[in-house]
Ligand binder design. Structure first.
Ligand code: GDP
Ligand code: ZN
Length: 335
């Protein structure tokens, strides 16, 4: 049972799932299997993003040589071309000089995981992650975990919270890995997509992914605080295949991409989706929506059209970035 592939075979499309040194593991489309590839030397030099010409998530065109015979896969590939990246998660949102370090490419969505209890739900944390995902133009899905620990009255409150986010445009699921509540919906959200998971430690990210695919253990990181510059990690991102869903979960250690680093205080308003239609209606063109008269955002909060909790998150995030900018300015004076 030999299936030789002629050297003249046309290049195939694939997706890079992992890189190690100058080698890449590529999943060929249409169930073509996983092949180890190298990138063509010339290609490496001409890549526009020289610091990471090929990263996990990249869609590539590869030339396959060798064959599979029986159980043995002797195929080898050469990456000829990296298709344009539809999205990217980078280590730095803004780079003053040098190259942006791309961690993973072509993420379709971010799954924001938060527990309802143990630890208690912190909507401010969710809102901060959403500001980060909006700033990178990434769709987000919210998953609220540990619903099995809720009484009936509490459940009603959580449904109301979920409705706030649904109204803003984020699919929001209430789930439990203990009794299976909502898990079918989580699977549907992950189907056919490349997702990445964000959320604080202990909220149930590993349990969630393990329930979907037993044995899956990710190194998913913790969301960093706005003032936490963090340390660079040397581990590469990796896409983990969800066998039954034709989807992937991107395991991106150093998920600092979800911090607010690089976002200017004046831009936060644009990252609250429900604010956008009103931003041109304030009395002052540079309204911060905090203390100015004739503010369309605060008027909408007063009318109950913008959720008060979301608005409070805006105020908190804005304030923390203003403070950070002032500190940066101050330390700049001493340089
Ligand atoms: P991670 O740090 O976000 O990956 O969180 P883990 O998946 O390690 O979960 C943290 C703790 O929460 C563990 O003790 C889990 O057993 C527990 N846990 C996770 N999901 C649920 C759930 O749906 N219900 C309950 N009751 N506990 C859960
Ligand atoms: Zn305003």
């Amino acid at each position: 049972m030999t299936a030789p592939i002629s050297p003249e075979a046309p290049p195939l499309l694939g997706r890079v799932v992992r890189s190690f040194g100058k080698h890449y593991l590529v999943d060929l489309v249409d169930g073509g299997g996983r092949v180890e590839c190298v990138a063509r030397g010339k290609f490496r030099l001409t890549a526009t993003d020289a610091s990471n010409p090929v990263v996990a998530g990249d869609e590539v065109r590869v030339l396959i040589e060798g064959s599979t015979s029986g159980m043995q896969d002797r195929r080898q590939g050469t990456i000829l071309e990296v298709l344009p990246r539809r999205s990217r998660l980078s280590r730095k949102a803004t780079s003053h000089q040098g190259h942006e370090h791309v961690l993973v490419a072509n993420i379709d969505q971010v799954v924001v995981v938060a527990s309802i209890v143990q630890p208690d739900l912190k909507l401010g944390v969710i809102d901060r992650i959403l500001v980060a995902t909006e700033s990178q133009n990434l769709p987000a899905v919210i998953v609220l975990t540990k619903s099995d620990l809720l009484g009936r009255a509490e459940r009603k409150v959580i449904e109301e919270v979920a409705d706030v986010y649904r109204a803003v445009g984020y699919p929001t699921l209430i789930v439990s890995t203990v009794n299976g509540d909502g898990m079918a919906e989580v699977r549907e959200q992950l189907r056919d997509k490349v997702s990445t998971v964000a959320g604080q430690s202990g909220v149930g990210k590993s349990s969630l992914l393990n329930t979907i695919q037993p044995g899956l253990s990710l190194r998913v990181g913790v969301v960093s605080k706005a003032n936490d510059k963090g340390k660079h990690t040397t581990t590469n991102a990796e896409l983990v295949l969800l066998d039954e869903l034709n989807g992937y979960v991107a395991d991106t250690p150093g998920i600092r991409a979800f911090g607010l680093y690089g976002i200017a205080s004046a831009d936060v308003q644009h990252h609250f989706r429900e604010f956008r239609p009103l931003l041109n209606s304030c009395g002052f063109y540079n309204c911060t929506h905090i203390h100015e008269p004739k503010c369309a955002i605060r008027a909408a909060v007063d009318r109950g059209e913008i959720d008060e909790g979301r608005y409070d998150s805006y105020v908190g995030i804005h304030a923390s970035l203003v403070e950070e900018e002032a500190n940066q300015f101050k330390s700049g004076l001493r340089m």
